[in-house]
Structure formats: C-alpha cells, structure tokens
Design a protein around this ligand. Structure first.
Ligand code: UDP
Ligand code: MN
Length: 255
C-alpha cells in the first residue's frame, strides 16, 4: 500500500486565492493517498477554504489550520516579494500538528506545497517511492533564473553529487521548496527541524534540510532527475482598478 503523503500548504486571502486552491483541490482529487494540511495565514479559518474542501470531497482527507504571520514579518504593499520569508509560521504549525498526530509506526511522506505552483499528478507517484529515513529529490521547472533547476547525479544515478543552480549555488541545498519531500520519521528523529525567519534569502530549504539529511543521502526520483513534474509558477497580482471604482460607489461585481 502507498504511504500517506502529508501536503502542507500555507495560504493567504487575496483575489486569486479561490482560483489557486480550486486548482490544487482538483489535483488532490486524483491523489488518493494524500492528506492536505492547509494552513491559513489568518486569525481564524475561513468559510472559503471550508466550502472548497467540502465541494472537492476532501473533508476527510484534510486538516484546516490557521496562524497569522506576525505583522513585523508580513510583506508591506511595496516590499519586493523576497524581502521576508513567506509561510514560515504556517509550515511550522503544520509540522507541530504532524509531530503530535501522526502514527510514528506508519511510513509517511511530508511535502511543502505553495498554493500557486503547478504540479503533475505523476509527482505524487514518484514521492510515494521515498524510503523511510530519506529525502526524495527531483527537478523543478521555471525557478532560479533557469528553465529547470536539477540535481546532478553520479554515473550510476544513485547519488546526488551536485546541482545545476545558477542562483546562490553556494547554498548547502541550492534547490526550491518544491524539489523535495521528506520521510515523516525524520521529523520525529530530529525535533529541532523547523523553519526560521532568521535565515538569508533562499536559505529556507537549506535551513530545514540541514537538520534532516546530507547531500549523499538524498534519494533521486523522477526518472533519475530528468523529468520535470513541478513548476514554480507565480500568479501575477490581480488588477482591480475598475472593481475599486465600483466599490467606491457602494457596488461590487461579485455580490
Ligand atoms: N503565503 C502566506 N502568507 C503570505 C504570503 C504567502 O501564507 O503573506 C503563502 C502562499 O500562499 C504560498 C507560500 O506562502 O503558498 C509561498 O508564498 P509565495 O507563493 O508568494 O512565494 P514565492 O513562490 O513567490 O516564493
Ligand atoms: Mn509561489
């Protein structure tokens, strides 16, 4: 039987949220062994997320949590998006929920998923091959200034010996959050593994992985790291100038 995959998704309210989450929920309808931990960056859980889980039949295969990013760490309107790490509080809450709730005897996988990336359903079959005690790794498309960021393997394709990263290649793990998933037992063995605000830009992946594994122990997946099954797509900020004009007159287009 397939191991359960715990997908951890931080999410926050903005005009495109429902569209992004609808896309993800429809993907999850195709992945039976997945449990979605959706963590809202808010003071309460929302009816938007609740009804979305309802409509996609995911209520029994999901956990709806919430925790608000402290204001000192929240991006301000004109801040460039890289100035502060996003999703730290939410991913850590999901990790403490997992550490408290999972059956440690059962092999399971943990995967951190942005709500705006694009995922192929085959990625979850690949992830299901991750062995206990290991971190699985694969390429990610459209990230780090490249078409594909990928791990480089040894001659018999059994070990990662390097990375093709162009952006900050000196990082211990120069990869995107979407490039790996982790055997749950590692989070139990290494309780100090959490995300932190106190890291440089681009070091969040290295921050979590340095507690859990080393390069030589990474498990290459996705056809010896040749297939691209996830893309770091980003949704442009929705332009609502006409909507704002309407709302100044006390009207809205979506009432
Ligand atoms: N996110 C959040 N609160 C925020 C900003 C982002 O919970 O204030 C979530 C977002 O929904 C996504 C994840 O954190 O699931 C990563 O954010 P984003 O996709 O904006 O980061 P990027 O892909 O640009 O690095
Ligand atoms: Mn994103």
């Amino acid at each position: 039987t397939l191991p359960k995959i715990y997908a951890i998704t931080p999410t926050y309210a903005r005009p495109a949220q429902k569209a992004e989450l609808t896309r993800l929920s429809h993907l999850f309808m195709l992945v039976p062994n997945l449990h979605w931990i959706i963590v809202e960056d808010a003071n309460t859980t929302s009816s938007l997320v609740r009804s979305l889980l309802d409509r996609s039949g995911l209520v029994d295969r999901s956990t709806q949590l919430n925790i608000k990013t402290p204001p000192e760490f929240k991006l301000q309107g004109k801040d460039p998006n890289w100035i502060k790490p996003r999703g730290v509080e939410q991913r850590n809450l999901a990790l403490s929920w997992l550490r408290a709730h999972v059956d440690v005897e059962r092999h399971a996988i943990v995967f951190f998923m942005d709500d705006d990336n694009s995922y192929a359903v085959e990625l979850f079959a690949e992830m299901s091959k991750i062995k206990p005690g290991r971190v699985g790794i694969w390429p990610v498309g459209l990230v780090g200034g490249l078409m594909v960021e990928r791990p480089l393997l040894n001659a018999d394709n059994t070990q990662v010996v390097g990375f093709n990263a162009a952006w900050r290649p000196e990082r211990p793990f120069p990869i995107d959050m979407a490039a790996f998933a982790i055997s749950m037992d590692l989070f139990i063995s290494f309780p100090q593994a959490i995300f932190s605000y106190e890291v440089q830009r681009g070091y969040q992946e290295s921050e979590i992985l340095r507690h859990l594994t080393t390069r030589d122990k990474l498990q290459p997946l996705a056809n010896n790291c040749r297939d691209v099954l996830v893309w770091h797509t980003r949704t442009e900020k929705t332009k609502l100038n006409a909507e704002e004009a309407l709302q100044r007159k006390g009207q809205r287009s979506d009432d």
